[in-house]
Design a protein around this ligand. Structure first.
Ligand code: ADP
Ligand code: MG
Length: 495
């Protein structure tokens, strides 16, 4: 196990999908799940024997087998009497317990990728979450075996990702985060000031999401077509006899919707199983115009909520640097069209350069790299045999351009560090700047000021040498400043 001084792991515990990312240098890398995908449906299925499945396999059963599968439990977090009875197993689970299963799956994905059993993480929550809902999220983290979880608001996480990665967001000003997910829509005004991101206003609708578009496509297009080609002339959207059929149609509608973000029209062709051994061929063409027609009222509502948030915060469009597009449904062509419309749009430039499905998890990981693991957790983390751990002490989110960096080496085989040295080198400065060889104190500690200039990214490498002068491999390669020393502070680098 490698030792970590900073939390480094960010989890987007989403209503529809969840994702996890780990800090890498100044940026973050999304961890893929066992299916090779960067996000995992937030759904839980319990079999008759009580075994738990999380992700796509569970999500596939939500419409067809609602007695044994559950999704969108995040919206019920922190409320009383929200337990879900899983019929076949007879077991009930609270929304917190179901969220914990999703978090466990995220932990397992990190363990598969990095070999680390993580004990701490940053977990994102909607800006609209109440104290009860955030407390429930903390409980879910505890149930999932995390010893400490730091919560971060989703819109702030999005800004962290954009600051680290993409474009040159200015040091101060406002960004509007437009987050259109699977079940919900949220708009948030985020104030950017000296490397801090503060949600100053938000507006949202917990029933406005991509799912509504899928069901509208079923109702207006797929179901009428099915009635024509089958003997199900009377089937309706809420007919419990045909849950399995409706689940298939919903899946087809969602697939077609996603394809329509790449092309003008799609041909939906599928064999729909009515009952075991009885199936019909369904085929119909869906066009961009069909999609726009069902999506337009929903997107219009989202734009209204943005305007509301702008008005409530007393800010005009000119105060905003950009609109950051977040959430899977922000990929609809109509969203970009309507937001950019010269008359009905917002009058703020759009930025969708980062993948909207994973941007929140990535931002959470970037933030996590600036937060130290609580000392009570850190102390109990052991140095594995044969490994040398170099712990760097620095101000993770400071504004000091010449920060003081302290450190300590630890290894189970070394008691006295006399004769050992470290060297810190700023390889991004011109000319390259070095501390030279710094002797370690007998207890393995050292301290030195490193130099940086403002508004540039700096990478400082750290190398440990044994008394013979040979370099020794450690679990830390150095520090980096994400965008500028002033804006976002220093982040530990991992090998
Ligand atoms: P949440 O924040 O609720 O967990 P996500 O951000 O994961 O949700 O978004 C999921 C939604 O995005 C789903 O409704 C899905 O159908 C939709 N979606 C994914 N890709 C696209 C696309 N290319 N075009 C339109 N909608 C999409
Ligand atoms: Mg989301």
């Amino acid at each position: 196990m490698t030792m970590r001084d900073t939390i480094d792991v960010g989890i987007d515990l989403g209503t529809t999908n969840s994702a996890v990312a780990v800090a890498r240098g100044a940026s973050a890398e999304v961890v893929r799940n066992s299916r090779g995908l960067e996000f995992t449906p937030s759904a839980v299925y319990l079999s008759g024997s009580g075994s738990v499945r999380v992700g796509q396999a569970a999500r596939d059963r939500v419409v067809a087998d609602p007695g044994n599968a559950c999704a969108e439990f995040k919206l019920r977090m922190g409320r009383l009497d929200q337990d879900k009875l899983f019929e076949d197993s007879g077991r009930s689970m609270s929304p917190e317990e179901m969220s914990a299963e999703v978090l466990k799956a995220m932990r397992a994905d990190v363990a598969r990728r990095t070999g680390d059993q993580i004990e701490t993480a940053v977990i994102t929550v909607p800006a609209a979450f109440t104290a009860d809902q955030t407390a429930a999220t903390s409980r879910a983290a505890e149930l999932a075996g995390l010893r400490a979880a730091l919560l971060l608001q989703e819109p702030a996480a999005a800004v962290w990702a954009y600051t680290a990665d993409a474009t040159d967001l200015p040091d101060r000003g406002f960004s509007l985060v437009y987050d259109f997910g699977g079940g919900t829509f949220d708009a948030a005004v985020v104030k950017i000031e000296d490397g801090e991101f503060l949600v100053v206003n938000h507006a949202g609708d917990n029933s406005l999401g991509g799912k509504r578009i899928d069901w509208a496509l079923v109702e207006d297009h797929l179901l009428p077509r099915l009635r024509q080609v089958s003997d199900l002339g009377d089937v309706t959207l809420d007919d419990p006899r045909y849950r399995g059929v409706l689940a298939q149609l919903k899946e087809l509608a969602e697939g077609a919707k996603v394809e329509l973000s790449q092309q003008e029209s799609v041909e939906v062709e599928a064999e729909i199983t009515i009952t075991t051994g009885r199936a019909v061929e369904l085929s119909c063409v869906l066009t961009q115009a069909d999609l726009d027609a069902v999506a337009r009222p929903l997107v219009a509502s989202s734009v209204r909520l943005c305007r509301q948030s702008l008005a409530e915060s007393g800010l005009g469009p000119e105060s905003f640097d950009r609109v950051l597009l977040v959430g899977g449904s922000s990929q609809l062509a109509l969203v970009r069209q309507m937001l950019a419309d010269p008359v009905d749009g917002l009058g703020i430039p759009l930025d969708h350069s980062l993948d909207p499905m994973t941007v929140v998890a990535r931002g959470a990981a970037v933030y996590a790299a600036t937060r130290r693991i609580p000392s009570e957790v850190r102390k109990s983390m052991l140095v594995a045999a044969g490994q040398t751990h170099l712990y760097l002490e620095y101000e993770p989110a400071g504004l000091d351009p010449d920060p003081l960096v302290g450190g300590r080496a630890r290894a189970d085989s070394v008691q006295d560090w006399s004769g050992w040295t470290v060297e810190l080198r700023n390889t991004t400065a011109a000319p390259v700047w070095s501390t030279g060889s710094l002797p370690l104190r007998p207890d393995g500690t050292f301290a030195v000021r490193i130099r940086a200039e403002e508004f540039t990214t700096h990478t400082v490498t750290v190398v440990l040498h044994d008394p013979a002068g040979s370099p020794v491999e450690t679990d830390t390669t150095g520090l980096t400043s994400p965008t500028s020393a002033r804006a976002a502070g220093w982040v530990a680098l991992r090998p």
